[in-house]
Design a protein around this ligand. Structure first.
Ligand SMILES: [Zn+2]
Length: 357
């Protein structure tokens, strides 16, 4: 259930209005008997308004969102805010400490465990406490993710845009690319959205990194959403020059390797590849055979495998079909430098890891 109207945010005690509170909230215990505590910042605005939760590192190695939230709480103060910002800086604390996606040892996925159960395994216990204490008390949310390790993803948002409230937030967020769909039924965004707390997910770049250009984009998106919902009366909104909403299935697909071998990416520096142009080549180790993989249609490349050693059938690139109007708009944007920021994370394997971001 969403919060019952504007007012002070409740976790266990009432957070006073006009204040920022920072604390660690115990969500479970370790085998040694130590508490597992999530770092939380609650910014209670001077004036009433919506309660907004923001979550990062539900997957413990997805770091861009952690930096976004650190910046959010630095940028906004109670005097700026009408309503409440609830930032859960690191949700998957054990995974974060181990720098891995899932909860260590049992490989449980927190983002397949919402809303959780009080008496169950670690993932269910943690998500239960987080959901009950924080998420369920809010009106809207944003959940920050990156691609899983060894892949990278173009900056995009995922949202159930059939729901008008989610659509409105997703529009306000201002990403160019949207993946439409309900999401997994036990994901945070799936559960929260079903409970009437519209929650888009933001996907940005790769795991194990801070990528400043993407972090800055996401901060613009946060400001835009908060402005749209009147949480920031003096904020600014972002309107993307072009937008592509990807349907659940038909317009997007993973390009898979026909053969195993060494992958050399040919596309770039921008993520638009015209029909018939090479996306990558796959060569055997003797360099006797070279297999060129062409774009099956004009595509935007939104996700890429980063490990250059391919197994037969394994996904290499996540493609989105682009229609003529969108292509022309993207080409205009490319010529204006809109994609310059993407070059450092989408371009080529070899330059990739040590790129500026
Ligand atoms: Zn994730």
């Amino acid at each position: 259930m969403p919060g019952d109207g504007p007012g002070p945010f409740r976790f266990d005690a009432v957070a006073p209005s006009d204040q920022e509170q920072q604390f660690r909230y115990e969500v479970d215990g370790s085998s040694l008997g130590d508490p597992v505590e999530v770092p939380v910042t609650v910014i209670n605005g001077d004036a009433d308004g919506p309660r907004v939760f923001m979550t990062a590192a539900i997957h413990g190695d997805e770091l861009n969102g952690v930096k976004v939230l650190q910046e959010v709480i630095d940028r906004y103060h109670p005097s700026d805010v009408h309503g409440t910002l609830v930032c859960l800086h690191v949700v998957n604390v054990p995974g974060y400490q181990a720098q891995q996606r899932y909860l260590p040892i049992y490989d449980q996925d927190l983002n397949r465990s919402f809303p959780g159960k009080e008496r169950s395994n670690t993932a269910e216990r943690m998500t239960h406490r987080i959901y009950q204490r924080f998420v369920s008390q809010c009106d809207i949310g944003l959940d920050f993710h990156t691609s899983t390790r060894n892949r990278t993803t173009m900056y995009h948002a995922r949202a159930d845009v059939d729901d008008p409230d989610v659509q409105r937030l997703a529009d306000a967020f201002g990403a160019n690319v949207f993946l439409a769909g309900e999401g997994d039924e036990r994901s945070l965004r799936g559960v929260a959205t079903r409970d009437g707390i519209p929650t888009p997910t933001v996907e940005m770049g790769k795991a194990h990194r801070f990528q400043p250009a993407l972090i800055e984009k996401a901060l613009g998106g946060v400001e835009s959403v908060l402005t749209e919902d009147d949480v920031l009366p003096d904020g600014t909104t972002t309107t993307p020059a072009w937008r592509k909403v990807m349907g659940p299935s038909e317009e997007t697909r993973w390009l898979r390797a026909d053969t195993g071998g060494l992958v050399d990416m040919q596309w770039g520096p921008d993520p638009l590849v015209h029909e018939g142009d090479a996306i990558c080549t796959i060569t055997d180790h003797f360099k006797h055979e070279e297999h060129v993989v062409d774009a099956p249609f004009t595509v935007l490349i939104v996700g890429v495998l980063e490990n250059p050693v391919a197994l037969p059938g394994h996904p290499i690139c996540h493609l989105v079909r682009i229609d003529v109007d969108t292509r022309e708009e993207i080409e205009r944007q490319i010529s204006q430098g809109e994609f310059d920021g993407y070059r450092s994370y989408g371009q080529r394997w070899m330059a990739d890891d040590e790129a500026a971001e």
